[in-house]
Write a protein that binds this ligand. Structure first.
Ligand code: T4K
Length: 381
């Protein structure tokens, strides 16, 4: 199943929870939250980590802390949770297309905004954990004179050119949701080397308090509790083990799909490593929308997959008013219906991966035959 949480070492967790309840310090920047921030900061090699209640609120705080107004350049080929906080922050999403090879923001798309003076920020997504075109996006954003806030919800454990995700742009936002390979059940963190920005983020996550009875800025409650921090700290001890399990599953899928020209397993690296939290295949030459059809075939065999992120955020009713003119997101449109996230993580054995890959290949062969039949029927009529 896609999204099945990794196992938690309960004895270790319950030990931490006993301490939490003995201390009776349950939330509001408690010692476990601070410990988690310290340890993530060391792990990611970034100056500041600000733990938050979830990735969505992390993006909201990031957008508010940047103190910008106007339009934000953001992909549509992502989860709605990338875009929703931008709207809550009073910003307007301007959807830009992705690179078909990488599935993340195509930096060339930023060029057409060079003459626009109302661009506030760029929010690229390290989709599937694959770091974006960081240098090119950085240059384009500099030319626009705007900050980059990375949505790194999928990307803890990934690196690019020797630097861990967490250290790029003005800030990055991680998600520790239960469906992520590294999880605190609900949770996330902002990472930044900018100390002043980090101070603002800490203030914003705690209602904007600057002292008892003093609220100079309009914050919100985005705090992480001690219980969620305890889960994250427990999982942190298994970080390398879990990441290795993901990598092993990814290699196994790559092995089984090698040479299949209709199935492309997405490479989740970009000159570095990947946390490999997602194993996504892109399907080719199988007619319109083969992914939901393959999903149904696999579901009949009790393999649960996901058509992330079909139909694209710009096609969702809530964001339709921001959809660009037809034809402006051709790659996003073309990816919809063609991508399928397959089960991975320690709950799926390498043998399971082999069996799932076999079912995928069998399903593709069936879809392919049907595609040929349909094409012949069309020629005949
Ligand atoms: N940016 C991006 C690019 C994101 O992908 C996300 C979140 C965000 C921002 C926002 O971060 P957070 O605010 O969430 O921290 C899931 C997650 O809820 C969401 O965190 C995630 N991305 C998104 C891609 O996927 P669904 O709709 O797939 O969740 P659900 O409940 O359908 O679960 C998927 C599968 O996992 C189910 O088949 C069952 C299994 N599952 C799930 C949970 C929660 C379990 O076995 N146990 C569980 O506890 O959204």
């Amino acid at each position: 199943m896609v999204g099945a949480p990794n196992r938690v070492d309960r004895a270790r967790l319950y030990g931490l929870l006993d301490d939490v309840f003995d201390r009776n310090r349950l939330t509001n920047n408690g010692p476990l939250v601070r410990e988690l921030e310290r340890r993530l900061s060391a792990l990611l090699g970034v100056g500041n980590v600000v733990a938050v209640a979830n990735g969505t609120l992390g993006l909201l705080l990031g957008a508010v802390a940047l103190d910008v107004t106007g339009r934000v350049l953001v992909p549509s080929w992502t989860f709605a949770g990338t875009v929703q906080p931008l709207l809550w922050a009073g910003l307007t999403p301007e959807f830009v297309d992705v690179d078909p090879a990488t599935h993340s923001m195509d930096p060339r798309q930023l060029e057409r905004f060079a003459d626009h003076d109302d661009i506030a920020a760029v929010v690229p997504v390290h989709l599937w954990g694959r770091p974006c075109a960081i240098e090119e996006i950085g240059i384009a954003a500099e030319e626009l004179g705007v900050p980059v806030l990375y949505d790194a919800a999928h990307a803890i454990g990934s690196s690019h050119r020797g630097r861990a995700v967490g250290g790029f742009g003005a800030a990055e936002v991680l998600s520790f949701h239960a469906t992520k390979w590294f999880s605190s059940i609900e949770g996330g963190a902002l990472t930044t080397d900018d100390d002043e920005l980090a101070d603002r983020l800490r203030q914003l996550r705690n209602f904007g308090f600057a002292g008892e009875g003093i609220i100079p800025v309009n914050g919100i409650n985005a705090k992480m509790s001690e219980i969620h921090a305890a889960v994250a700290l427990t999982q942190l001890e298994r970080f390398d083990e879990l990441r290795a399990a993901n990598a092993q599953r990814h290699r196994a899928y790559a092995h089984w799909f090698e040479g299949h020209d209709r199935i492309r397993l997405l490479d989740t690296t970009n000159e570095g490593t990947s946390g490999n939290g997602y194993a996504v295949v892109q399907l080719r030459d199988l007619g319109p929308a083969p992914a939901p059809r393959l999903k149904r075939v696999l579901a009949a065999e009790n393999v649960q997959t996901r058509c992330y992120f079909d139909p694209g955020v710009h096609r969702l009713d809530a964001f339709a008013r921001f959809a660009p003119d037809r034809g402006r997101l051709p790659i996003t449109e073309a990816l919809c219906g063609h991508c399928l996230a397959l089960p991975t993580g320690e709950g799926v054995s390498v043998e399971d991966v082999g069996a799932i890959a076999g079912l995928v290949i069998e399903g593709i062969d069936r879809l392919s035959e049907r595609h040929v039949e349909q094409a012949l029927e069309q020629v005949a009529t």
